[in-house]
Ligand binder design. Structure first.
Ligand SMILES: C[S@@+](CC[C@H](N)C(=O)[O-])C[C@H]1O[C@@H](n2cnc3c(N)ncnc32)[C@H](O)[C@@H]1O
Length: 352
């Protein structure tokens, strides 16, 4: 059997029979069950935003499950536009729309061509490609309307965290050095890139949801139009200097800095609070809410506070910081990480 029926939350859909093909990379149409959380959080975001009559475009749709879930589970979609370069994917998307009784426009077209044609008509554009979203970002900002939302998944995490720094420079135009908080650098690198592309179209971005999961980064940003907002947004771009465990934000690069990066909020605490109230992944979303409140970019790793070779435990560290009146929280980015309203020196003095 080439295809089997699967279920994600309220949606039943046809997906390739992964067992038959051995792994997800050899199936006729791409479907990754590990991305279910990514899709669920995207649905919750739209529900939390609560705007109806939406035009949603997913130009790299695979089986179409994401778009179908947007339509079925939010009830907020008025026009659903799905595309894929693969004709097999397009055939499957049509079947999956029919199976769920959803009307949708389906295009067998390159994502960039489709997005450019949709100029300023989409409320939501979801870029979920193989690897980097960079080749599609300019077109995504063409397709989106003012006050719309753009979501992007990046599975080229090794590039974004700077492990392949030359490729990072080519693809994202940023230089990223080795640091203990490389996951946060990766997210901020992606957001920094998206912000610069937004600015080139006279848009500013306001991140609603950004997170890391073992093999990808995901961000969803609100898009606001106007050269003035775009100009102001440049205050949210900068460089991080990592030196002797201190993290300093710099306006301009030097030989210790990584950047340009997004140095402002990673998400909207109120939005993720609303998302958490729906139930699925609520623990994860509550942690994001706590993290988003902290304005200081860059988390710390517990071994950075070791005294006489002993690192504090997470519980000890959070208790000591609370006692000292410093707001701190765990981070989803590392099991031995903390985010805190303070610099390395402030924190180290508390652990000594
Ligand atoms: C990661 S998969 C999409 C998965 C899907 N968004 C989901 O949530 O299940 C990427 C898809 O993009 C398609 N694709 C690759 N390059 C493309 C392009 N230039 N334009 C449109 N689709 C493309 C592939 O055929 C593949 O189906």
């Amino acid at each position: 059997m080439d295809y089997v029926q699967r279920r994600e939350n309220k949606v039943v859909f046809y997906a390739p029979n992964i067992e038959k093909y051995g792994d997800i990379y050899h199936t006729p149409v791409f479907y990754n069950p590990l991305m279910e959380k990514n899709r669920t959080l995207s649905v919750l975001l739209l529900k939390a935003l609560g705007v109806s009559g939406l035009t949603v475009c997913e130009p790299l749709a695979g089986t179409g499950v994401r778009g179908v879930r947007y339509a079925v589970e939010t009830g907020l979609v008025n026009r659903l536009i799905l595309g894929d370069v693969s004709s097999k994917a397009v055939e499957l998307i049509r079947k999956n729309l029919e199976l769920n009784g959803i009307d949708g426009e389906v295009y067998n077209e390159d994502a960039n061509v489709l997005l450019h044609r949709l100029e300023r008509t989409c409320d939501v554009v979801d870029i979920d490609p193989f690897g980097s979203p960079a080749p599609y970002m300019q077109a995504a900002f063409r397709a989106v309307r003012e006050e719309g939302v753009i979501c992007a998944t990046a599975t080229d995490t090794a590039v974004l965290v700077g492990r392949y720094w030359r490729k990072c420079l080519r693809r994202y135009g940023s230089l990223v050095k080795k640091t203990p908080f490389y996951i946060e650098l990766g997210i901020r690198n992606l957001l920094g890139y998206i912000a610069r592309v937004a600015a080139s179209e006279d848009f500013a971005i306001y991140p609603l949801l950004s997170y890391w999961e073992s093999h990808y980064f995901r961000t969803c940003v609100a898009v606001v139009g106007g050269a003035r907002d775009a100009d102001d947004m440049f205050n949210k771009l900068g460089y991080v200097e990592y030196r002797d465990r201190y993290r300093n934000v710099r306006r301009y690069p030097n030989s210790y800095t990584s950047g340009p990066l997004w140095i402002a909020e990673l998400g909207n605490p109120l939005t993720v609070h609303k998302m958490a109230n729906y139930g699925p992944h609520s623990e994860f979303l509550r942690l994001l809410e706590e993290e988003y409140v902290i304005e200081v970019p860059w988390f710390f790793r517990l071994p950075e506070f070791a005294v006489n070779g002993r690192s504090p435990t997470l519980k000890e560290a959070l208790a000591r910081l609370a006692e000292a009146g410093i707001y701190a929280t765990r981070t989803h980015m590392a099991s031995d990480g903390i985010k805190a309203e303070g610099n390395y020196g402030d924190l180290m003095r508390i652990f000594l």
